[in-house]
Design a binder for this molecule. Sequence first.
Ligand code: BT5
Length: 328
Amino acid sequence: MAGKKIDSEILRRLGSPQGSFISGEALAGRLGISRTAVWKHVSNLKSQGFPIEALRSKGYRLSGPVEPFNEISISAGMPTEIIGQKIHFFKTLPSTNERAALLAREGEAEGSIVICDTQTNGRGRLGRAWSSPPGVNLYASIILRPRAAAHELQGITLLGAVAVAETVALFSKRPPSVKWPNDVLIDSKKVAGILMEMYTEAEMASFVIAGIGVNLNMDPSLLPAPLNQEATSIKNAGGERVPRADFARALFLSLELWYKTFLKKGLSAIIEAWRGYFFAEGKPVKVRSHDKTIQGICLGVDNSGALLVRDSRGGTKKVLSGDLVRGA
Ligand code: BT5
């Protein structure tokens, strides 16, 4: 039996009847594998966030529900009007942003979501990778079609960050913060990243792909160094196991409300909310932008979402894109 098949067979057997223990020996016998192999599979499932309790004298049992994660569980009771009228769910994709852009080019309506369990080529900015293990996190891309000129959408990444931070705050024991331009942190570690990709036609936006990755139940120690020290998940930061479909629905609602605010009032309303989560205003920072590093005191962001930094000579630098490093 292949690894994944064994995992789902273990979950199935632990799930019926709910709550009763089944010994490692019995599981091994039924699956035709060794007890050590059972233990390894169970450890792996636990690290993915499945609620499995292990007692030496009794064996293993499920200590909570294993929620289904698919288009049906996500769309059940979806409280939105624009986002999520159509959900394209996949077990595996190279990248949800890539698939959403393909669909948008073919005319897919605004609000459609591409979401998957795991990505094989999840993307960050500037060709960086986004680690996307199965069974634990959220990887989604939403197609937006704002009628706006490209320059008006410069700071739209902050819209994604506000919606993600607001949703993380609902599910997390620890408060989230935002790091300019596209990170959400818990306890100074990255819990989510946003990749807004704009496609233009004659200076106008033809569509925007809002790509969002949130670490919900992932055990960051499974990531390679140094990422295992820099990343966290809501569960890892002392939280409960997060039901992925519930989180997804809450996120899409928040995104829709902020998107409507943006369409009505512009970016300044988004920036005001974003500031409430920003930790670096008034603090010394280092910003890497292209091949330059700028150091100084962070003055916050301007109305277009650009970062303002006062350098040692008292001049103010405006940074349109880059990476903020805390504690310069
Ligand atoms: C981002 O880029 O933070 C944007 C990430 C967007 C991911 C979503 S998932 C759904 C959608 N489909 C995609 O293909 N992408 C989007 P950036 O600021 O460039 O940060 C990338 C850096 O974050 C990497 O170089 C790593 O250092 C770190 N990183 C990678 N995977 C991570 C993870 N799972 N958790 C925390 N940090 C991670």
